[in-house]
Design a binder for this molecule. Structure first.
Ligand SMILES: Nc1ncnc2c1ncn2[C@@H]1O[C@H](COP(=O)(O)OP(=O)(O)OP(=O)(O)O)[C@@H](O)[C@H]1O
Length: 613
């Protein structure tokens, strides 16, 4: 094909096969890069039209084959079906392909005039010797047009963990130096982009990046702790009323298979047309659920995140997250499955401080910090769109009149007040737990202290603390503490966490017990939370910043309390000097993690703050 005539000819092919009138932004540039033999990294939002970018190039020549590497078999099957619909010959080569079919495909390619335009495979199957041999032959006789790596963020995200074959894609460039590689993704931070380029050994790749903004999605967050009593049943009720108000179909994502089953059956009981989808279901059942949903004969799929990757259902009207995703990239991908047709749609995220604490615990080394970004999105006030987009490097793009407004932009006051209520609810629970541990008398004393008049502005956490109900106080002082869950103490993002517990400049975070802390309590040891750098440093910092909260933590008659903030554990000093500094007290405090005004009041109320070292 004459490269000078490309745009016109490419539009003709686009019309002939897909019936689209013209290219979307960046599509033409991406196609030209591949056709000119250049490597490329294409980052277009979900539903941005990436598939055409690897499906179209082989249609420009009589004999040309493009290899598409996809992460999932279901995804490849779905793509092959879509190719059939637009009359493009495509096949798959993966672990489910029979030996006979593999032989037939390799014979076809080796003959030098491949009848397929597209071959969909996985990173693992690409290393199959017979396929490699056939592709090398195709490259040498000029029939191999390109390699497309779809969902290329998997190279960075999965390569290091459970899909090592993704890392081995690095050998593609060694084996096929003259064949262009095009990497496609909807989500890639700068770091992920670099990792993709390096792993695939892309050579001066043409980088094409569209805006990440999905202006037709209305982003909402619901704070679980303040949905009635915050129990799963209450949240479920809330979900049911949301779904009943929806027109059209959608997805509810949950982390666990059991949760998917439970939620799906509850939705069915509420007369919502739903089905659970997860790896525990047979392939046959999963396929039929997926098909029914795509066809529109099933309204709601309650699924783990395995569902939806690469499924083209343009009219998905909502995506609900029953639990927060473990990264904002993941959340963007999943919520982006709504509204691929460009029509208004909704993303709802149910989030609690406990969810965040759980995610922090599971966070792995290479992904540290990812949960904190989700926490900021969900549990700190501010435009959700702005937070999502700035995560991907698009600064200062908040909801504009062209965008569906997020919940914050629509009503900042109610989002802020919901977050404050959530803080208060969490604090109440924490104090209740502390009360149970430390005993009746301490709790009474702390309530006395809290009841004192003060000039401090109203503090939502404090409000929660003062509401610590009498009913939670045990009649007798317990010998042992409440179960670990009761130890979790969180201050959500709507207010800064005391500086002493965080590196300066950070806001919002999760504080919860550590195993060491728990052990300390069980051992009946004195309590002191210390900063990772030692208490002297913490105190110095506090002195520098007059607003900083000066007392690093809390005292407790028995036991130790530890705190974790994201990747930065706040160690408990276990040295003898720390124990000494804690001193012995006749009346233990009952509070785990304290805000500055709270600390002041406690001091005024006669509580003994930890002695300085
Ligand atoms: N130039 C175009 N004009 C009109 N519609 C288009 C154009 N290009 C693609 N589309 C349509 O947009 C929809 C989304 O395209 P596609 O599935 O390729 O998106 P994607 O970028 O791969 O999304 P995802 O990352 O979610 O998989 C499809 O229905 C496709 O037919």
């Amino acid at each position: 094909m004459d490269l000078g005539a490309l745009p016109v000819e490419l539009v003709a092919i686009l019309r002939q096969h897909w019936g689209h009138q013209g290219f979307r932004p960046l599509q033409l540039q991406a196609l030209q890069a591949t056709l000119q033999g250049k490597d490329s990294l294409v980052i277009l939002p979900t539903g941005g039209g990436k598939s055409i970018l690897y499906q179209l190039p082989p249609l420009t020549k009589t004999y040309a084959l493009s290899v598409v590497v996809t992460p999932l078999l279901a995804l490849a099957m779905d793509q092959v079906n879509r190719c059939e619909e637009v009359t493009i010959e495509a096949c798959t080569w993966n672990s489910e392909t029979s030996e006979t079919t593999k032989q037939m495909i390799s014979k076809d390619i080796l003959a030098g005039e491949p009848s397929y335009k597209l071959l969909y495979t996985t990173p693992e199957s690409l290393r199959h010797p017979a396929l490699r041999e056939a592709l090398l032959a195709a490259a040498s006789n000029g029939c191999l047009m390109s390699f497309a790596i779809d969902e290329a963020h998997c190279v960075a995200e999965w390569g290091h963990n459970f899909r090592p074959a993704y890392l081995q894609l690095s050998t593609l460039k060694d084996d096929f130096p003259s064949i262009p590689i095009a990497a496609f993704t909807a989500t890639a931070t700068h770091e992920v982009q670099r990792s993709i380029s390096e792993t695939l050994q892309l050579r001066n790749p043409v980088k094409l990046q569209g805006s990440f903004n999905r202006s037709n999605i209305k982003y909402q967050v619901r704070c679980k702790e303040i949905i009635n009593d915050g129990t799963p049943d209450a949240i479920l009720k809330d979900l049911v009323s949301f779904l009943q108000a929806q027109e059209g179909s959608g997805i509810v994502y949950a982390h666990l298979r059991a949760t998917c089953d439970w939620v799906a059956s509850a939705l069915i009981d509420a007369d919502i047309d739903a089905a659970a989808y997860h790896a525990g279901k047979s392939t046959h059942v999963r396929r039929s659920i997926q098909q029914d949903w795509v066809d529109g004969s099933l309204t709601c799929v309650v699924a783990t995140i395995a569902f939806g990757l690469g499924i083209d259902k343009p009219d998905c009207r909502y995506v609900v997250h029953w639990n927060p995703s473990s990264s904002l990239e993941g959340f963007y991908q999943e919520s982006g499955r709504a509204g691929r047709d460009g029509q208004p749609c909704t993303s709802v995220l149910y989030a609690s401080t406990q969810d965040m604490a759980d995610l922090h615990k599971l966070e792995k080394g290479t992904r540290r910090g990812a949960v904190q970004a989700v926490n900021e999105y969900a549990l700190a006030p501010g435009c959700r769109r702005k937070k999502l987009l700035s995560f991907f490097g698009e600064k200062d793009h908040r909801c504009s009149p062209q965008d569906q407004p997020c919940d914050f932009c629509q009503d900042p006051h109610s989002v802020t007040s919901a977050l404050q209520k959530q803080d208060a609810a969490v604090a109440t629970k924490s104090v209740a737990a502390a009360c149970r541990m430390a005993g009746h008398s301490a709790a009474r004393a702390s309530q006395r202290a809290l009841g004192e008049a003060s000039d401090d502005p109203p503090d939502p956490v404090l409000a929660g603390l003062t509401r610590c109900p009498e009913s939670v106080l045990p009649a007798q002082q317990p010998k042992r503490i409440a179960p670990p869950a009761a130890w979790s103490c969180a201050l959500s993002g709507s207010r800064p966490v005391p500086n002493d517990l965080l590196p300066l400049g950070h806001h919002a975070g999760i504080l919860s017990h550590t195993d060491t802390a728990q052990q300390g309590v069980l051992e009946d040891s004195p309590v002191l939370i210390d900063s990772p750098h030692g208490r002297a440093t913490a105190r110095d910092r506090a002195l520098k910043d007059r607003n900083a909260w000066q007392a690093p933590a809390l005292s407790m008659g028995s036991g130790r309390v530890g705190a974790v903030h994201g990747s930065k554990p706040i160690n408990i000093s276990s040295s003898s000097s720390s124990s000494k500094s804690c001193g012995s007290r006749s009346e233990p405090n009952a509070i785990g993690i304290l805000a500055k005004p709270m600390m002041k009041r406690i001091k005024r109320g006669g509580f003994v703050a930890p002695r300085k070292a």
